[in-house]
Design a protein around this ligand. Structure first.
Ligand code: ADP
Ligand code: MG
Length: 326
């Protein structure tokens, strides 16, 4: 049974960056305003995320790593209307099957923090009282220590770190009110965005001023398909070899090839051959119309009326882009 659980967990947790993404989303769900991340060896040796959110109650330590016992699920009578990031209750459980997991947490009501270690979906040690700040600190060590094949299949620590940094940068831009930090253990921060920044501040911090100074803001609202799109795109003075597309649908970092393709096509009319834009787009759709039931590793998202919505966003963006260059 342990082996089967481990294989299933390895499907959910494919690499350090995607484990971290799940943990960032948990911190956001917990209403944190500050999220600090430290890693060693591209996250393979060690990843720690510290937030200042609501914390986990001592009594709940017992169940946080049991599969499908998400505390978020109870709050919703209808799976379709789920708006928080997590809804599957699989992330922490999965991590505990493929790594050494330690959770330390303090709620506002508790006098001290509690700390526990987990293995294979169960409490191993604790929770024991300890000193600690309000919020939650999750430490993941020796990822895939028990899965040699998976471990060997991963890229170098440098590349894994690149993927981590990519995820953190994107969440920092989207959640500009929240402070984010990312560093390698014992070194200075690679990413540091203070709380209450703006999207553009954080685009500048993460992607540089060359992009930040060429941005055009857009705000699209559509009554018939009930969606809102807000974001920033580079004007036609800017171009790169690669389309950098930060897409959040209902605040979750996802991919949508149909939308990406159409947007890239607008620019190909105005930009020199083989050059591409930068875009950050936050799309809010009726949660009922988004396929939330995708597997955690499948970032490609589909939604109801996809063709019409993509068409309508593309048209609005093109109009905006032309207007901004008159
Ligand atoms: P899900 O997010 O789908 O509920 P997870 O496995 O990601 O499942 O997390 C399990 C539970 O652990 C969450 O429902 C939440 O109650 C608790 N939890 C995890 N991370 C945090 C955090 N950073 N702050 C507060 N609670 C947390
Ligand atoms: Mg979660």
């Amino acid at each position: 049974e342990t082996v089967i659980n481990r294989i299933a967990a390895g499907e959910v947790i494919q690499r350090p960056a995607n484990a971290l993404k799940e943990m960032i989303e948990n911190s956001l769900d917990a209403k944190s305003t500050n999220i600090q991340i430290t890693v060693k060896n591209g996250g393979l040796k060690y990843m720690q995320i510290q937030d200042n959110g609501c914390g986990i109650r001592k009594d709940d330590f017992e169940i946080v790593c049991e599969r499908f016992t998400t505390s978020k699920l109870k709050e919703f009578e209808d799976l379709n209307s789920i708006s928080t990031y997590g809804f599957r209750g699989e992330a922490l459980a999965s991590i505990s099957h493929v790594a050494h997991l330690t959770i330390q947490s303090k709620t506002t009501n508790d006098k001290c923090a509690y700390r526990a270690t987990f293995e294979d979906g169960k409490l191993k040690e604790g929770p024991k009282p300890t000193a600690g700040n309000q919020g939650t600190q999750i430490t993941v060590e020796d990822l895939f220590y028990n899965m040699n094949v998976r471990k060997r299949a991963l890229k170098s620590a440098t590349e894994e770190y690149q993927k981590i940094s990519d995820v953190v940068g994107k969440y920092a831009i989207h959640n500009a009110k929240i402070g984010f930090g990312l560093k390698k253990f014992g070194e200075n921060n690679d990413i540091r965005t203070p709380p209450n920044s703006t999207h553009v501040d954080n685009i500048r911090t993460v992607y540089g001023n060359t992009i930040a100074r060429e941005l055009v803001e857009f705000n699209i609202e559509n009554e018939s398909f009930k969606f809102k799109a807000h974001g920033f795109m580079t004007n036609v003075n800017y171009s790169t070899k690669k389309f950098t597309f930060l897409l959040f649908i209902n605040h979750r970092l996802v991919e949508c090839q149909s939308l990406k393709k159409c947007i890239d096509q607008i620019y190909s009319t105005y930009l020199p051959k083989n050059s591409h834009p930068f875009m950050y787009l936050s799309l809010e759709l009726n949660p009922r119309n988004v396929d939330v039931n995708v597997h955690p590793t499948k970032h490609e998202v589909h939604f109801l009326h996809e063709d019409q919505i993509v068409e309508s966003i593309t048209t609005a963006l093109e109009t905006k882009l032309l207007g901004s260059n008159n």
